[in-house]
Design a protein around this ligand. Sequence first.
Ligand code: NIG
Ligand code: FE
Length: 427
Amino acid sequence: MSVRSAPPRQRWDALWVNAQLATMTVASAYGTIMDGALAVKDRRIAWVGPRRELPAGALDARIDDPDDAKMVVHDAGGRWMTPGLIDCHTHIVHAGNRAREFELRLKGASYESIEREGGGIAATVAATRAAAEDELLEQSAARLAPLLREGVTTIEIKSGYGLDLDTEAKMLRVARRLGHRFGIRVRTSYLGAHALPREFAGRPDAYVDFVCDDVIPSLASTGLVDAVDAFCDTIGFTRAQTARVFEAAQRAGLPVKLHAEQLSDQDGAALAASYRALSADHLEHLSAAGIEAMAAAGTVAVLLPTAFYFLRDTRVPPVAALRKAGVPMAVATDCNPGTSPTTSLLLALNMACTLFRLTPAEALAGVTRHAAHALGLQNRCGMLQAGLAADFVLWDDLESPGELAYRLGYNPCHRIVRGGTFAVVPS
Ligand code: NIG
Ligand code: FE
């Protein structure tokens, strides 16, 4: 009896065909595959490539095989497909807003002077402390909805508007609950060293002791924290205080990131790099030495153009030098009530190009592969690549993926797939 070898069987759950793929697997380019196909198995991408290279028999559902028969074939209708977007720096969990402060700034007050006079972050701390957990959840969910509609499938959420243990824990629980409610991947950062709370007025080192000795060990043991962040600046914390926070994070086994060089050069990015920080963020005042340290440590530069715009800043981050040094650049919304009250990552994409001179391909990499890297998720998401999560977006009306950065105030998101399943987003 002769045995003929059967074609290899693809036990995939779903196969997408007739898509233009921006895989984002190539540095500074889209990694385009025209007429591409993408297969999903067990919530992950199982195969990506040109449709003509699909393994033989991949499209033949085998009715005699219950596994193969389950595979669903989707026609993308020739649309562009990108990885799910990643917003890798947000303060989306907070209560209230600071529209009044915006008006003061328009009349000439500076962000720093408002902060020093007890407004600014302190105002949001008061509102966030006062809000019940469910109320905080609803306010934050309302801000998250527009990001979800733009195809955001992973988001980083910071604490830092509680400053006391209970309110920081409340914020972090809300962040986790948002992830569960909407089926998105949430990475939390504890930002205790964001501002000095009123109860520690005049005693910043005592507050840093509290952050390091009480809050970090306590929150780390609850599993509510994925990373530790700090604000190293004239109105934030000094380099030495930031270093102590990083030491405590290291003792707790948590990676670090830093709000660095936003308003002045504190050499914070180099400090962060010396702790192998996942990212240093803002960076308008970043020095050549800071760039070198980040490049050596593999620390991602997270650019926040909407905060730059909203503060009417004039000093841009050293993008050309970061590019030359090979520092990966991510782009995020910084969604917060004081310096960036936006809920559009596509707007940040546009502003990364118009204000900071990223190319559209760099900007898109900044909200996909490099944003994943800024969260330590480079082996989980951020590209259309076999083995990574099947998180992707189909876009309408695009001739090229560069149009995602070009359009202003327009959301061409057609459908979102998270973990291989169509996402239902709030309308
Ligand atoms: O990323 N710079 C410090 N933190 C935030 C702003 C916080 C606030 O003003 O509420 C930022 O810009
Ligand atoms: Fe921030």
